[in-house]
Design a binder for this molecule. Sequence first.
Ligand code: 13P
Length: 250
Amino acid sequence: MRKKVIAGNWKMNMLPNEAMAFIEGLAPLVKDAEAEVILCVPYTDLFYSLLTAQDTKIKIGAQNMHWEESGAYTGEVSGKMLKSIGVEYVIIGHSERRQYFNENDETVNKKVKAAFDNELNPIVCVGETLEQRESGKAEEIITTQTKLALEGLSDEQVKNTIIAYEPIWAIGTGKTATADDANNAIKAIRNEIAKNYGQNIANEVIIQYGGSVKASNAKELFNTTDIDGGLVGGASLKVEEFAKIVNYNA
Ligand code: 13P
């Protein structure tokens, strides 16, 4: 049985003092949760968050990384740097990075490989735009993004990749995919993995849903056959709300 993994993506929000207060508040509320809990925080919060989250259930992730280990890449942070301070997870290829920072399937694949080279667990985002959905291309887009993101990985690495299906039209809009639609999209992603790596491996891959997840819809979304938790934006900025999402069955 796959475990549920609930990750918050703070995006460009939260100062270090706010991050520390958030984690101190969240830790007791999620200490008995069945789901795994991750907070993906801005670079400037990483060190403070790692210290505050020590000895709690909360794991800390970054929101991006460069694929090179070091070099003349002003403003970039490498996987090796993240690993050196104790970061365990990293979001790769979020739609906001694909849209505003020219990330594409090729750079996503390089970053996923570099994450594994540095013993970081990648959370790889895939998802279609509204236009692609309305023209019937959603499944083709998300399965192609999945295939290209995982290209060249070992079976073991594929098994340890977390995929987040985030339909772009549902991000920050208050519009959530229905549990059925999200579950079907995630099944299509799992089938694509099965096609390339076999059903046994596909059955082990954690595939999350993201896009306007909140306390009021988490239970329905996460009690489906294929949705293995969520990648949560706005609702991960409020302690009580995020704790309710983590404890979605309580
Ligand atoms: P919202 O939960 O704010 O819609 O954001 C989703 C997201 O982009 C998480 O990565």
